[in-house]
Design a protein around this ligand. Structure first.
Ligand SMILES: [Zn+2]
Length: 410
């Protein structure tokens, strides 16, 4: 956990340290907070009193302590604040509303035509946000803000996406400004992988891990790093591009200019291409009839479902992809020595276990530090809505994480 500081002028930082600790716990006492943060009992007492007065935290039962009197347990009040998350993907838009604990209360999902004007989509998204809040009966003054997750790279200064690989019309669209204009709340923008990792930190495996890497398998492949309990963003805030780690020298050319990136070798389109190539050669497969009728029928979801039910051709393609992901996992473990790798995103749906097992196998046998510890592998608990849920968590994170400062009205 974060250490606090007892200097009087950084009270706000300590406030966020304490709040963040209560949020990440399943109930915690004042004594435990003081022990974990290094803050004095008096400082903790003052901050907790303020959190209770503000209606964010309440006292909820007590726990026995060794030899002493029972300790009062503190918990977050879920209805004290809300956040909204929107995930803009090349193919779809997902919107969620979460409470102060990161729990999803409402959700909307729609397919998006790639030719739709981004400003029109943002305006429609804003209307959906207001409808969901109205249906939930959430008062506007309790909404902390709206988080938007988009494929990277993101120019945080401008609040816009810069030349996204599969979103031609979104190049230099000022998402932050437009969303703020239509939705009327503060807006924070981040790439989808960072958002998904922050969602994992608030609601999933990341709650109990101080150092984890997140591999995001969406339409493309991205990643994020949570180091020492906070997201590591890098100089231009685009750290964690695990999809562009090279897993096969001289492999398939990638849009980034290199060859053999995990992204180029193992994204859904690459997997489908491999399966189509085998089917075109007449290999026996449960997908052969569909392919004969129209290759378009054998899409990525169909391949994943077929692999899960034992089709040899589909399974071979997913196994190959899982091996490349596992190689990438070893590169990550050697580079940043995390305790946990979380794999998430909708493109592993139906085949999660194949990816998890292969990565776990490689991580047990290959990283240099394997004798000191084994890197655990987990599938995202946040699920396929991970990026939208994560986008909402961005707002909670920006408002309450100790390095606060991201939530601006730009
Ligand atoms: Zn690349």
């Amino acid at each position: 956990m974060f250490s606090g500081t007892n200097l009087p002028r950084v009270g706000n930082y300590n406030y966020n340290v304490v709040l963040s600790l209560i949020q990440a716990s399943d109930g915690i006492s004042r004594v435990e907070i003081a022990n974990d943060t290094g803050l004095t009992a008096q400082t903790v007492g003052v901050i907790v009193r303020r959190l209770i007065q503000e209606g964010i935290v309440h006292e909820s039962g007590s726990s026995p302590s060794a030899g002493g009197k029972p300790r009062t347990i503190l918990r977050i009040i879920p209805t004290s604040a809300y956040a909204v998350g929107i995930h803009f993907d090349p193919r779809e838009m997902s919107i969620v509303v979460v409470d102060m604990t990161g729990q999803r209360l409402a959700h909307s999902h729609r397919e998006v035509s790639p030719v739709l004007d981004p400003e029109v989509l943002i305006e429609q998204g804003a209307m959906t946000v207001h409808r969901l809040l109205r249906e939930l009966g959430v008062p506007a003054e309790r909404v902390l803000g709206v988080g938007a997750a988009c494929p990277g790279p993101i120019d945080q200064g401008q609040g816009q996406v810069t030349s996204p690989p599969r979103l031609d019309r979104w190049t230099e669209v000022p998402i932050k400004r437009l969303l703020r204009k239509y939705v009327g709340f503060d807006v924070v923008v981040d790439n989808d992988a960072n958002a998904a990792a922050i969602g994992e930190r608030w609601s999933g495996h990341g709650r109990t891990s101080s150092d984890f890497a997140y591999l995001y398998m969406g339409t493309g492949i991205g990643g994020a790093m949570f180091l020492s309990k906070n997201i590591y963003r890098g100089v231009s805030r685009n750290a964690g591009e695990f999809g562009h780690l090279i897993v096969e020298p001289n492999g398939t050319p990638c849009y980034c200019g290199n060859r053999g990136c995990l992204e180029a070798m193992s994204n859904p389109a690459a997997i489908v291409k491999n399966v189509h190539a085998e089917l075109a050669m007449g290999h026996r497969s449960s997908l052969a009839a569909a392919y004969e009728q129209s290759p378009a029928l054998v899409d990525h979801v169909t391949v994943c479902k077929a692999a899960a039910s034992g089709d040899v051709v589909a399974r071979r393609a997913i196994d190959r992809s899982a091996e490349l992901v596992a190689q990438c996992a070893v590169l990550i473990a050697n580079a940043i020595d995390v305790e946990l790798l979380v794999i998430g995103g909708k493109s592993i749906l139906h085949v999660e276990e194949i990816y998890r097992q292969k990565a776990a196998e490689y991580l047990q046998t290959q990283p240099l530090a394997r004798k000191m510890h084994t890197v655990r592998v987990a599938i995202s608990e946040v699920g396929v809505d991970g990026a939208a849920l994560g986008a909402a968590s961005l707002v909670l994170h920006a408002a309450y994480a100790p390095d606060t400062g991201d939530l601006t009205s730009g």
